[in-house]
Design a protein around this ligand. Structure first.
Ligand code: ARG
Length: 477
């Protein structure tokens, strides 16, 4: 159903209808559209543009439309241009001409951006909640392997031994930052565009701040031109989704490499790996690879939207219809990838012996020699030089640096006394790193308890925000 047409003597060409039609994807906004319309009708009632009786009839009809959408008995048809025209058609079918009364004083320009903001709030909160499950899974694995020695890498070369729990816990921090970014997004973007009309504000809707409150926003946007044109909140959400994707891709890369025969650290569960149609022996880390690969499309959605926004004139332009699919795609991508990654993390087992066997190879204890001398008051440049000389000597003898004898060490530097053996082992090296950020088992335990408490605080605010959002959505009486 067209929402315009009075000045036209012909309807749009088929190609134009096909180009401008957005209902196939923006139907996802249907329930938010109903809710925003109810808030709008209350405003019209308040300003006496619509009588109390008519307002009640319209709200009643909108509420029953909402149930029909929920049940699937009302949906869009071939001629609806977008979700807004479909809803108005549904209303007109119920109420006759009164069904067209409710759009006085508002435009699709303020309606669509308000609907869309509600959609993002709803879904970004759902994603935040799923992230707490991911952090929880990571924390549990970290705790299980907090005492398991493994090589730590820089430049993909053995660097220093670490405890594997530390390696896993680093991911929890990244996802907790993502959750925090969502919190921050929510605080900044809890602003209502409704009541801005096409661009100049509405003469028939004098109290947008009341509509904002009804829809659960903290405030109303103060400039109607800004309100209908701003898509910063969309770009920011897509950035957050991209960063979550990047964090998932780095986990994906690790699980892929850890499950190679060469590494042999990770054994993926059957349920969370896939086979090959030709090579019967294969057990592939497809979930990890998809987590890595899907980050590409999440980033693509962000850059696509930024390109639409660049240089766009104010106020509303139809280009802005292109804001929705990137968000829908990013949300739906995360909705499928997150549960699979959580399952993969929860079910993978790690080979402690295999990880420990490589923990001190590649002269990974050379830093311990330098640190030992530095603790004895030797200037670090000299300590570093001597440790390098130990590596050279060990290499020439085809040994690892910790395999040099006491005499050989002392030959390199007289201060390399036998107490160095306390730190010249994987366990010695890791357990000496007792600062809060260090890789000792005791530090990891403290770290995990902090991570757990940050995660439960996150879950508290997310649950509260989700509860009040669903109260707002159902409070349409
Ligand atoms: N489908 C449009 C969108 O998503 C709705 C707004 C249309 N406004 C207009 N002035 N044509 O942006």
């Amino acid at each position: 159903m067209a929402l315009w047409g009075g000045r036209f003597s012909q309807g749009p060409a088929q190609s134009v209808a096909a180009l401008s039609r957005s209902v196939d994807f923006d139907w996802r906004l249907a329930q938010y559209d109903v809710r925003v319309n109810i808030a709008h009708v209350r405003g019209l009632e308040e300003s006496k543009v619509i009588s109390n009786t008519d307002a009640s009839k319209i709200i009643e009809a909108l509420r029953s439309l909402s149930s029909e959408i929920e049940e699937g008995s009302f949906s869009f048809n071939d001629v609806d241009e977008d979700v807004h025209s479909a809803i108005e058609r549904g209303l007109t079918q119920k109420l006759g001409p009164l069904g067209g009364a409710f759009r006085a004083g508002r435009s699709r320009n303020d309606l669509v951006v308000t609907d869309f903001k509600l959609y993002i709030i709803d879904h970004i909160l759902e994603i935040a909640q799923t992230l707490t499950l991911l952090v929880d899974a990571l924390n549990r694995v970290s705790d299980e392997y907090k005492g398991a020695l493994a090589p730590g890498f820089t430049h993909l070369q053995h660097a220093q031994p670490i405890n594997f729990g530390h390696e896993i816990a680093k991911h929890s921090h990244a996802f907790l930052r993502d959750i925090d970014r969502i919190h921050d997004w929510l605080n900044r973007n809890s602003t209502s565009p409704l009541g801005s009309g096409a661009l100049a504000g509405s003469a028939l809707q004098p109290h947008p701040e009341k509509r904002a409150e009804e829809l659960g926003f903290s405030s109303t946007l103060l400039n109607s031109i800004d309100a209908v044109s701003d898509r910063d909140f969309v770009a920011e959400a897509l950035f957050i989704f991209s960063l979550i994707g990047i964090h998932l891709s780095r986990i994906g890369e690790e699980f892929t490499i850890w499950s190679t025969t060469e590494f042999g650290w990770a054994q993926l569960a059957d349920q969370f790996s896939t086979g090959s149609s030709i090579m019967p022996q294969k057990k592939n880390p497809d979930i990890a690879e998809l987590a890595r690969g899907k980050s590409g499309r999440l980033i693509g959605n962000l850059t696509g939207l930024l390109a639409v926004l660049k240089g766009l004139p104010f106020a509303y332009n139809r280009d802005l219809q292109e804001d929705k699919e990137p968000i829908f795609d990013s949300v739906e991508t995360l909705q499928v990838i997150l549960p699979a990654v959580i399952g993969m993390i929860e079910t993978t087992t790690f080979d402690r012996e295999k990880m420990a066997s490589g923990a001190v190879s590649g002269h990974a204890l050379a830093t311990e020699i330098a640190d030992f001398l530095a603790r004895k008051g030797i200037p670090f440049a000299e300590a570093h030089e001597s440790s390098g000389a130990c590596v050279k000597l060990a290499d020439s003898l085809n040994l690892e640096v910790h395999e040099l004898s006491d005499a050989q060490l002392q030959e390199v530097h007289p201060q390399l006394t036998p107490e160095i053996r306390n730190v010249l082992s994987g366990a010695g090296a890791t357990s000496s790193r007792i600062s809060l950020n260090g890789t000792s088992e005791s530090s990891i335990s403290k770290q995990i308890s902090i991570l757990n408490s940050e995660n439960s605080s996150a879950l508290t605010w997310i649950s509260q925000a989700r509860d009040s959002f669903s109260r707002m959505m159902s409070n349409s009486q």
